[in-house]
Design a protein around this ligand. Sequence first.
Ligand code: CMP
Length: 139
Amino acid sequence: MRTDRTFTMLKPDSVEKGNVGAILEKITAAGFRIVALKLTQMTVADAEAFYTVHNERPFFRELVEYMTRGAIVVAILEKDNAVEDFRSLIGATNPAEAAEGTIRKLYAASIGENAVHGSDSDENAEIESQFHFSEREIF
Ligand code: CMP
């Protein structure tokens, strides 16, 4: 399994606030190469499937509603040690705990509306990439 790619979503709050350009700039400035990119919107069924690991959590319905309420930007990013380095770049899930300079510290409003997603393992990066992209959309 390749270890040099990760998957990200710029969530509806990032699109609504006009932060997509600034966030992509931070991502590429940190050395990630964009190998797939598109604007899309998840259906309720998509979000329930994507976040199935969280389906017993008390925030699950809120999460599905948030992630389906508008457009998102999905991307596959390439860099050595991509999963770990990208999670460092985005910062902690809760922006109140995120380090200075991280994407969530700069752009996230709350633990629920936290601006960006980053895969938590190489295996999930592959699964999540295939969820959103066909082979011919990946370069
Ligand atoms: P992420 O880590 O990308 O994927 C799971 C998402 O669930 C997380 O981002 C948040 O958007 C959301 N989430 C996690 N914890 C909470 C919480 N305590 N309350 C509401 N939403 C949460």
